[in-house]
Structures are given as C-alpha cells and as structure tokens.
Design a protein around this ligand. Structure first.
Ligand SMILES: *[C@@H]1O[C@H](CO)[C@@H](O)[C@H](O)[C@H]1NC(C)=O
Ligand SMILES: *[C@@H]1O[C@H](CO)[C@@H](O)[C@H](O)[C@H]1NC(C)=O
Ligand SMILES: *[C@@H]1O[C@H](CO)[C@@H](O)[C@H](O)[C@H]1NC(C)=O
Ligand SMILES: *[C@@H]1O[C@H](CO)[C@@H](O)[C@H](O)[C@H]1NC(C)=O
Length: 322
C-alpha cells in the first residue's frame, strides 16, 4: 500500500514501528547470533519507509532520488519525476513495481511536492547543503548530491535490504525483475557495449545486501575524501579497474545496452528493451523533452509491434552547447 502521508499511511507506520520496536529489542538480545555485518537500527523514518517499500518483494526495494529540480514543471506541466512515474504506467509489468519504489527526497520542496502522491517517500538529512537547485553535470553540488546518495545506499544495504537503484531520468518500459539475478552480488548498467573494459553507469544497478557489497560501498564512500572533484561513478570505475571488486570476490554482471539502454547507445531491439536512460545529456529540460519522445515511440511499438527506430535525441545532443 504505497502511501506517504495519510491515515492508512500513519497506521502502516504505527504498525511498522510496533513491529520493529519488538524486533529491535529481540535483536539486541540476539546480538551474538548476527551473521550479517549490519548494525541494529532503532526504528526511524528510513526503516519505516524501507519496510513499506520492500513488502512482498523479498527485501528488495527500488530506490530513486529526487531534488527540487526533478519535481518542477519544465513545460507542459510536467516534471522529470512525473515522466518517470508515467513510464511505470506505460511499461509492461512495471505498474505493480510502484509499490516497491522508494522516492528519496534530497530537499524539502521535493518531499512536500510528492508526499501526497501514492508513493513511499523518505527525506534525507542535508547538513545545511543546498540540494534544491538543478545540479549541472559535474558541478560541485552535483558531486555532493551523488555522494549523499552513495551514503544512503550504504545505509540501506547495512540494514539488510537489496537495492535496485534507478536514476529518475530512466524510462522503465519493461519489468527488469526477470533479468535480475539474485545469485550475483551486483549487476550494473553501462553506457556502451563492446568498448574495451566496462564503462559503468551508476544510474541503474542491482546490488544484494551482503558483507562483500557493504565493504564495497564503504570503500567507495570513504574514497570521496581522496577524490576531490571526481564524481562517484568515476571513483567506482577506478575501484573496478584497479581490481578491488575481484579482491572482494564480488560476482558482477554488466547489463547490456540492448536491454538496459540509453541515449549514449540506443537499444536496437524494441522487443527486448527494458530501460532507456537519458545519459549523455546535460540538463533536465532536454531529458524531459527527449524522454517524452521515447515514451511516444514506445506506445507506438505497443500497438504495432513493429521494431521502429527511436526518435532522434535532438535536445540532448544540443544540451552540451546550452
Ligand atoms: C559478515 O561480517 C561479520 C563481521 O565482520 C562476520 O561476523 C560474519 O561472519 C560475516 N558474515 C558472512 C556471511 O560472511
Ligand atoms: C521471493 O523468493 C522466493 C524464493 O527465492 C521466490 O520463490 C519468490 O518468487 C520471490 N518472491 C518475489 C515477490 O520475488
Ligand atoms: C545467475 O547467476 C548465476 C551465477 O553466476 C548463474 O549460475 C545463473 O545461471 C544465473 N541465472 C540466470 C537466470 O541467468
Ligand atoms: C586515501 O589516500 C591515502 C594516501 O594515498 C591512502 O593511505 C588511503 O588508504 C586512501 N583512502 C582510501 C579510502 O582509499
């Protein structure tokens, strides 16, 4: 029951609080038996949101993170988050997944704007950093927001939840669940297939909660202190290239762009495409414009089943000159 803030929502929270209160006390008594390196958490808002979003889904939550720029209209009364949610309505088998989606708000505006929708929401603490404006790619604030997200995901993994992380500028056209493999530690999207090595994209990944993955996220998050001016994705890329994943014994799959596609490299097969990411694009208005066309192309495909070419991503190509 995806609800942010109404009577049944409060009831759900109350029940969850009661349940986890009991569980918490129980856990304290059984401290010695713990096998996963997770900390016991007192009941808090994050735990309550996770409980609701993971219900009926084997402790797996879908997480996306938004700030004010993602909830503001960018024309025709639409925001990036609206379009993201539309894709779950238009996608095949994606609508039920909204029950497992947790929208993390990086600022008050984003939280206020969406907490009345039928969504699970959680607002992260901001330590006085302004996360409200659109963060242009690679600005200092953009990097700050990305690290905030890594810290949150580390926290979620430590609490024993598996994560499907998705950027909000990704259209979910099919359910990815059948492609996600619970025996792997991590599955991560890439910008392009068939280049030397793997150019990972942290806009979409699936990660299981395990000691090994928690260690990876701890290391990744610690590296921010050593990586001034680098974005978190490049830091993870360095950890991968330097063999740190192998050192931890992580089993990783790189998702191919035929299914997990984007504007850097389109899927050529509409009968297989699962997600479309507005990567290789600089700002939100261009993303919304070009992703709206993706949804239009997809609706045509659904009625015709003809594997057409995607509309060109003109606004995104031009966004680098804006
Ligand atoms: C996870 O790590 C904790 C603490 O380091 C350890 O006690 C536990 O045995 C580990 N669990 C597994 C499954 O490796
Ligand atoms: C949960 O896991 C069990 C065992 O792996 C599986 O049979 C079941 O289909 C899963 N449920 C969901 C909702 O994924
Ligand atoms: C999932 O991953 C395991 C381990 O690599 C592999 O043996 C198995 O075939 C995979 N399952 C699917 C459905 O791809
Ligand atoms: C940061 O760099 C220092 C010096 O190179 C190194 O000792 C330290 O281990 C690094 N920190 C992390 C988290 O890798």
């Amino acid at each position: 029951m995806p609800l942010c803030n109404n009577f049944s929502g409060s009831l759900a929270v109350a029940v969850a609080l009661l349940f986890f209160g009991v569980l918490y006390i129980f856990n304290l008594q059984n401290h010695a038996d713990n096998t996963l390196r997770s900390t016991e958490y007192p009941v808090d808002e994050l735990e309550a949101a996770l409980v609701r979003a993971a219900a009926g889904n084997n402790k797996t939550v879908i997480i996306t993170m938004v700030n004010k720029a993602y909830v503001e209209d960018v024309g025709r009364g639409r925001s990036m988050l609206d379009l993201f949610l539309d894709s779950f309505w238009e996608g095949e088998g994606t609508l039920p997944l909204l029950d497992n989606l947790m929208v993390v708000a990086a600022d008050q505006t984003a939280y206020d704007r969406y907490r009345f929708r039928r969504l699970h929401c959680y607002k992260i603490e901001t330590d006085g950093v302004d996360l409200e404006e659109e963060k242009l790619f690679m600005s200092k604030e953009f990097i700050e927001m990305m690290w905030r997200r890594t810290r949150l995901l580390l926290d979620v993994l430590r609490r024993g939840y598996h994560v499907i992380f998705t950027d909000t500028d990704i259209m979910w056209l099919r359910s990815p669940l059948s492609r996600l493999n619970e025996s792997l530690d991590m599955q991560i999207s890439v910008d392009r297939n068939g280049v030397g090595g793997h150019l990972i994209n942290t806009g979409f990944y699936h990660v299981r909660s395990k000691n090994k993955t928690i260690s990876l996220f701890e290391k990744w998050y610690d590296m921010r202190l050593n990586s001034t001016g680098m974005k978190e994705q490049d830091v993870l890329q360095n950890l991968l290239d330097s063999g740190y994943f192998d050192q931890l014994g992580l089993t990783v799959e790189f998702l191919n762009t035929n299914e997990f596609s984007g504007f850097c490299q389109e899927s050529s097969d509409m009968s297989a495409v699962t997600t479309v990411h507005a990567n290789c694009c600089r700002h939100i208005p261009a993303k919304v414009f070009d992703l709206t066309r993706v949804l239009r192309d997809w609706k045509l495909y659904k009625t015709s089943h003809v594997n057409n070419k995607w509309s060109p991503h003109v606004k995104c190509w031009r966004s680098w000159n804006d």
